[in-house]
Design a protein around this ligand. Sequence first.
Ligand code: HEM
Length: 501
Amino acid sequence: MLSENRSLVQCLGLLLVVTFLIRRLRQWQRLRHIPGPPLAGFSRLFWLVPMARSGDLPGWMRVAEQKYGRIVRVGPNMLMTTDWKLWRRIMSARSRYVRAERFKGFRLDPTKDHVLSLTDEREHSRLRTIMIHGYSGKEVEGVEEKVDHEVLSLVDLLESRYISQNKIFDFGRKAQYFTTDVVAHITFGRPLGFLATDSDVYNYISIIEKQLPVIGMMLNYPGFVKLLNWPIFNRLLPKAEDESGMGKLMGLAKEAAAERFGPNKKVQKDMLGSFVARGLTQDEVEAEIPLQLLAGSDTTATAIRTTVLLVTTNPRVLRKLQAEIDSVAPYPKDQVIRDETAKALPYLNAVVKEGLRWAPPGVDLSAKVVPPGGDEWEGVVLPAGAEIGWNATGLMRVPELFGDDADHFRPERWTDPNTSPEKRKDMETAGDLVFGVGSRYQCLGRTIALMEIRKAIFELYRRYEFEVIHPDKPWLSRCWNVYEQHEFWVKAYTRDSASTA
Ligand code: HEM
């Protein structure tokens, strides 16, 4: 009897293994016509997971692209592309592609979605329609003044603590203090004090940096997000009662949301005011605030840090940028360039675009699902249900689009009078993909981010000369889905010129 039972269990076990192998083989078969790393088609463990753990997403993606071409198979059901026309088509408003489950990995609370983690396209579109008014700045008072306030806090900090005392500083951290205070100021109505205290308030940045690799894994195994609801794991998650990290910000978000609802609700013409007036619920407001900080601080800080490194180490670019800056200065030190003026400076804008192109700050695959009936692109069959994401850095370095020197930082490529209008249009359209595209998938914070970057770069180079302390290893830069960049030691000197009155 006992041996009969054992044989039955063995048979069942064997059946399970065989079923599993057949399913894997079928899955492998479906996308076998698309080249990719040899074992990637059998399991996420062979390419997607090592990539997520590597801390060098752009490096992994670029090696795959250089070896296998513009559409690469990187997982059992995952493709990756550097073809900007294909990616734009997938992301466009009329496309039938939808967000992959992967986006669930962006949840900060495993029980709650926010606009970036929603995979239900109708819900996603409802939230975007509400929130776009607040983000566009049309219903919000004083966005530019809030950004200016933080630009001045940044220069105050650099001058009082470092320049006047001839000290070096980690510009990686200062840039992130700046961008986090900007988003907090626009969202909560006040900065959180990163710049004022010159510190990582609530250990927010260091705790988030530790969580970035975990978020990277969650994106590849979105099913695990549900497991986090189990009591055994639930205790480990950030809570609104925490005194530090994301939990603390969730607590602040709860308080800020509570003020806007109920009989004594505060009515203000700020971003939260716009969200509430347009119909966001208290629960939804609570979920959106921490996301804003997460989506808006690392990304914009990366753009500013990268641009400062590239401009500082390219004397030709530095000279041209400072000449343009000086053409609209001098004006008093306690004033910040108006965005209207900054937007009209061709070289400044070329520098900003080139920094974003050279290292796109959001590097996640951002995968979308091929619609029912499948699709075809330049002869390549894309079966229904397959997922396809982009290789952001690879796409921004395609030589046919950006030139043979696409790997170099050369802002002039955006202003070259010899470029045909058609080519210029293609470059602009492809370059703007760093912010996503269209009414469904464009970054909601794009306008704010560009204003911040323009103002920060202008005001830093109007006032200072920078020196990179360790040119052989300028910073510690790791990329999970966004970058973690610090130990970027620099020294700044006040410019001896007419650029400040
Ligand atoms: C250089 C800076 C930034 C870059 C490169 C960037 C990039 C992106 C990209 C590519 C997406 C689309 C993801 C997708 O659906 O596939 C996105 C979404 C988003 N971004 Fe940004 N972002 C930046 C700054 C900001 C800032 C400053 C904020 C907030 C103030 C922000 C808030 C958001 C939000 C809320 C979403 C979700 C939109 C949605 O799901 O519909 N971002 N961002």
